[in-house]
Design a protein around this ligand. Structure first.
Ligand code: MN3
Length: 200
């Protein structure tokens, strides 16, 4: 199955009032995400992975000892990560956290604020490029994790409930070097909590 760039679920300027500018989304979606799609298709062409689903490619090519050198894995994982990332944000008000999610986070982390602190610390503490995540682990427990480069929860058999891109291309236009401010803004203004709850 060839990788295809999905449209953003909202116009490019829809998040501008919430701290993610049109310019960021033009670069991040139209250029960076598209490059993962194009390079991923080139990388799998003629290999055993051509025609496989992106999830199969990610799980089948992940090698923790050789992440940086693995073009098929890197492009497939970043393709998938960004497909999710756009859906984890939404414009406008009315993104209240569903009660079911609030209860699950409180049970796992002590409070929603504690969860946000842990999530932000994971993102701020990821050295270099990567992602921070809220995952449902194989035993059903909720955890905050961080990963390098394009590595994602699929690699570990976990369900990604929420992820935040902490590559510089995700925040440098709007927040310059202030990754913690970008993470705080993401949690307070951008996250579509209904999408997160739907993945529980
Ligand atoms: Mn990115």
């Amino acid at each position: 199955m060839a990788f295809e760039l999905p449209d953003l679920p909202y116009p490019h300027d829809a998040l501008a009032d919430l701290g993610m500018s049109r310019e960021t989304l033009e670069y991040h979606h139209d250029i960076h995400h598209k490059a993962y799609v194009d390079n991923g298709n080139k990388a799998v062409a003629g290999t055993e992975w051509e025609g496989k689903t992106v999830e199969e490619v990610i799980k089948g090519t992940y090698d923790p000892k050789a992440v940086a050198q693995n073009g098929i894995f890197n492009n497939a994982s970043q393709y998938w990560n960004h497909n999710q990332f756009w859906k984890w944000m939404a414009p406008g008000a009315g993104k209240k956290m569903p009660g079911e999610l609030e209860r699950a986070l409180t049970e796992a982390f002590g409070s929603v604020d504690k969860f946000k602190e842990e999530f932000s610390a994971a993102g701020a503490g990821q050295f270099g490029s990567g992602w921070c995540w809220l995952v449902k682990d194989k035993d059903g427990s909720l955890k905050v994790t961080k990963t390098e480069n394009g590595v994602n929860p699929l690699c570990f058999g976990q369900t990604a409930l929420l992820g935040c891109d902490v590559w510089e291309h995700s925040y440098y236009i709007d927040f310059r070097n202030k990754r913690p401010a970008y993470l705080s803004n993401f949690l307070e203004k951008l996250v579509n909590w209904e999408e997160v709850a739907a993945r529980l």
